[in-house]
Design a protein around this ligand. Sequence first.
Ligand code: ATP
Length: 777
Amino acid sequence: MSIRKEERQKEEKRLRHVLMEMNKTMAGLERDLSVQGEELRTWRGEFWEDVTVNLSDDKEALETVASITQQARVMSELERRQERDRRRYQTLARMIKSPYFGRVDFMEEGETEEEQIYIGIASFVEETSQTHLVYDWRAPISSMFYDGMPGEVEYETPMGTVKGHMGLKRQYLIKNGKLVSVFDTGTVIGDDILKEVLGHRSDTQMKNIVATIQKEQNRIIRDDRTKVVLVQGAAGSGKTSVALQRIAYLLYKHRSWLSHSQVLLFSPNPIFMSYVSNVLPELGEENIKQTTFQEYVEHRLGKAVHIEDAFDQLEYVLTRESGSSLSARLHGIGFKSSADFFRLMQDYKHWLEQEGMIFRDLRLNDQVMIASEQIKERFYAYEPNVKLANRIQMVRKWLLDELDQLAEQHIWEDWVGEEVEFLEKEDYYQAYKPSLRGKPDVDEHAKAELVLRKKVVRRKFQPVINQVKQLKFVDVNGIYQQLFDEPLVTRLSTKVNIPDAWGEICAYTRQFLQKRIVPYEDVTPLLYLQEMIQGVRRYMDIRYVLIDEAQDYSPFQLKVMQAMFPMAKMTILGDWNQAIMPHQTRQAELEQITSLFQEGEIQQYEMTRSYRSTSQIVEFTRELLTDAKPITPFHREGPLPVVRKLATQAELVQRLQEDLATIQAEGYESLAVIGKSQQECQMVYEQLKDHVPVTLLTKNDRNLASGVVILPVYLAKGIEFDAVVIYNFSRENYGDDTERKRLYTACTRAMHRLFLYALGEPSPLLSQVDQRKYVWM
Ligand SMILES: Nc1ncnc2c1ncn2[C@@H]1O[C@H](COP(=O)(O)OP(=O)(O)OP(=O)(O)O)[C@@H](O)[C@H]1O
C-alpha cells in the first residue's frame, strides 16, 4: 500500500537528514584515516630510532625486548584502529546509496512511546545525539521486520524475549540516495518490492537479499541452536542466498569470538565460487574461505596419483557408448558411494588389523635400508587391539630410531670422510664454533670432525627420514587396490551384500589404479582409508561449515567431512531433485543423510517457494519431475517456455542464432546455451563462434563470463541466467528417467525466458507436461 503525500514528504526529509549525517561521519572518518596514515608512516620511520638496542648483557637485552614490544604494541593498535575505520568508511560508502530498506514502529510492553526502527545493511548512529538512525538487519530487534506483522509481536534477544506492539511496517526502495518507492505492508514482507527486485536482470555476480528476506528463510538464517541445519529447498528457493546471509548473520552475532577464517563454505565449482564472492563484501563482511571438495581431497591425497574430478566422471558416464565397461562403472559408482561400501571399508580395516598391510622398502640410493617385510613384522608385533593409526605412529617412531642407529654405523665410513671435504665454510665454522669461544682444546679437531661427519650422514639420510615422518612407508594406494583383488572380500568377515558385478567392478578399478589414476568414486573411500591408517586430519579451528548443493555429495563424503570438522556446526543445503551425479540416481539420499546424525542434533527445513523464475517457467519445470514436493512460484509473469523441433543441425544452429538475437533485443543480457556434456558444448561452440560473440565455459574457468555462454549442466549448477536455451532436448539426449533431474536442473537456471530445442524427436519427458504449459514453435 502506497503512503500519503505528507508521510512521503516526512520520509524524504528524514532521508535527507540521514544522508547528511552519514556524509558528516564519512568526512570525519576520511580526516581520521588521513591522520592515522600519517601517524603510522611516522611511527614506522622512527621505530628503530625510539628503540635503544643493547644486547651486552641479559638485563639490557630484556629491556631492549620490552622496548621493542612496547613500540610494536602501539603500532599494531594504530593499525587496528585504521582497519576498523577503513571498514566503517567502506560500509558507509555502500550505505549512502541506500541507507535503509525497512522500518517498524515498535512499542515495548510497559513503555508509553513508540520507537521508529529503521533497518539497513549495518547500523548507523548519529554522532551528536548518539541516536540509532539505522539498525543492522542482523540485530535482534530487526528480526521483527522479517517475521512479524503489525499487531502484537515479540523477538528474541540474548537476555530473553521482548514483547510489544508493532504499529507500522514499511519498506523502502532507495537508489543512489533517492527515495524511489515506499510501501506500508500488512504482510510479512510486502510483495511489491520483492516483485521489483525479482524482475531484475541477472548478473555475473550474485546479490544480497537482506531487504526482502522471507520469513521461512529468516528462520534458517537465524537458527543457531542445533549442530546440523539441513535444508531441502526447491530450485531457486534461495538456498545459496540463505547460506550467505546466514554467514553474515553468524559473523555479526558472534563477532566477539568468530572470525571469517573460521567459517568454511563448500561450493560446487570455481565458477560458482566467484559468482557468490561478492555477497559478503556487499554486506560489509570479509569473505570467508570457500573450497571445493576436490581441492580438499587433492591437498590430502597428494600428487603421487592423478585424481579424477566429479566433472570428468560425469563426462565419462555421459559420453561413453553404452556397453559392459560403462555398465561396470555405473555399478561401481553406485556401490562405492553407498553405506554398504562404507561398512565394507570398516570390515577391511578390521582385517588389516590382523593381516594384509602393505609397506614400502626404505631405500637410500637404491639400497634397501629397512625392508618392507621387516616393517610389516614390526607392525604386527604390536598388540592387535591397538588402533591402526596408533600402531603406525609406533612404527614411525621405531623407524626413526632405527635410522638413527644406521646413521651412526655409517659415520666412520670412507665415503663420509670424502664428502666432509666438500662441505661449506659455514659448516666448518659451526663445527669449530664451540672451541673458538672457550679455551684451546686438544681434542677440538676430533670433535669438529665428528660433528662434520654426522652432518654428512644426516644429510644423506634426510630424504629417508622425511619419508618416514610423512608416513610414506605405508603403501596406502596399494592397500586400497588390494581390496579389489576379487576373491579377497570372501575372506573378510562381512555382512555386506556384495553386488553381482563385483568382478567387473574390481577389474576396472584395478585398471585405473595401476595407471595411477583414482576414479572419482574411489577418491573418498581412498581418503577414508588413508585417514584410518594415518589418523584423521582434524580442523579444530573451523566453527561453521556450510555445504551448498549438498545433493552432489554422497553420504560417504558427508561422513568424512563430519569427521574432519569435529568442532563445527554444519549447514547442509540441497535440492535432491537436482541430484545429477551418477551415484545419486538410485538412492533416497536425503534419508541416508539424516541417518548420519543423532536425533536432536539435526533441524530440518524445507523451502518450497521459487523466487528465481517466472510462474510460467516454474509451472513447466515442476511437471518434469515425478515425485516433486509442491513447488510454488512467486507470482511474476512471463512468456511460456518455447519448444522447437528442428530437422537438421544446420537448421538448429540457424534458429539458435536468431533466437539469441531476439532475446538480446528484448533487453536480456545473460544468456546460456546449456548442453548435456562438455563434448556437446564444444561442438555447439564450434558452430556458433563465428556468428555470435559467445564464450565456452569449462571446468577450468574461474569466472562467469557475461553475454552468451555455452556450458554443460553440471557447471551451471547454482547459477542463473536471464534466458536459457536447452541445446538438443531430443529423445536421444534426454531419453529416459535417469536424465530427468539433469533436464530439470538445466531448465531451472532460467529467470525470464526458456527455450528447448530438439534435433529430431523431442524427449519423451515432455509428454508428461500439460500442453498448456509451453508453446510449440
Ligand atoms: N528473499 C528473497 N528476496 C529476493 N530475491 C531472492 C530471495 N530469495 C531468493 N532470491 C533470489 O532468487 C534467486 C535464486 O536464489 P538462490 O540461487 O539462492 O536459490 P537456490 O535455492 O540456491 O537455487 P538452486 O538450487 O536452483 O541453485 C536469486 O536470484 C536470489 O537472489
